[in-house]
Write a protein that binds this ligand. Sequence first.
Ligand code: ADP
Ligand code: MG
Length: 292
Amino acid sequence: MFRLAMATHRDWPALCPDDAPLVPLLRDRGIEATPICWDDPDTEWQKYDAVLIRSVWDYYLRFDEFMAWFDLLDRLRVPCWNPSPLCRWNARKTYLRDMAAKGVRIVPTHWVSSQERIDLRRLMEERRWTEVVIKPVVSAAGDRTHRIPLTEVTNGQRILDQISPHNEIMIQPFVKDVLDAGEWSLIYLGGRYSHAVLKRPAQGEFRVQEEHGGETHATTPPIMLIRSADEIAHQIPFDWLYARIDGFEDQQTGEFILAELEALEPLLFLSYADHSHERFADAIALKLLQHL
Ligand SMILES: Nc1ncnc2c1ncn2[C@@H]1O[C@H](COP(=O)(O)OP(=O)(O)O)[C@@H](O)[C@H]1O
Ligand SMILES: [Mg+2]
């Protein structure tokens, strides 16, 4: 049997419910998949043929330790999927800058380094942004993510001054579409489009995550949106097995506006589409086969 470690974290030691059905499907394909917390000190990773990164969702709180874990896997020559160089690149939202440089349309972003002091009012006036979102470059699940209208800029400045000395920050215009049209997630498995969901925030919230009361629905995207997301997927500068492309639909052109490219530990919403667990299990098996 091929031995696959499925990396998770302490809150979901037996994988999250969306990933758990993969285990028996992988077994059917001759792959013994074992959920293991990424920080488990007793695991001898070299005993596994490969590591599949899944619900390692505390990584952003223990960033240096987590990055060191990839160094360990590399040293032990244990292959992981997605590959460690892609995971390292994708763990900081600065990857969006690289995608923009390749011509991908992203949500406009002002990048703030950790030592820099920003005058938020001046920035908002210069960029003509009447409302912004402030968030750290290393973050997940909407953590330390704030929506600030110009009328509350003093409060925004205070928040910025609090987070900024310890973090690189991103400041973006608030994309209103998130409230009604919603945020898309297009899921790619084995290099191709698999399925999509649309996420909307709870009343009075702007973060769409279920942790913040958001709702997720399986939705079929218009083909223009898939084509546009395909182009983004093709620009990922590493070999990859899975990816989730998050963003907004330009209401005029139907084009995808990239908010996040999730290639490290995305929830893949497999439970929202028929046969997507089987598709992912097949893609994993094929990838392992190519690397045997
Ligand atoms: N510029 C923005 N405009 C509107 N909503 C945003 C913006 N940036 C983030 N959000 C909201 O905050 C959530 C979390 O931000 P996101 O960039 O997806 O980071 P992460 O998912 O890693 O926490 C998004 O899903 C969205 O609901
Ligand atoms: Mg997100």
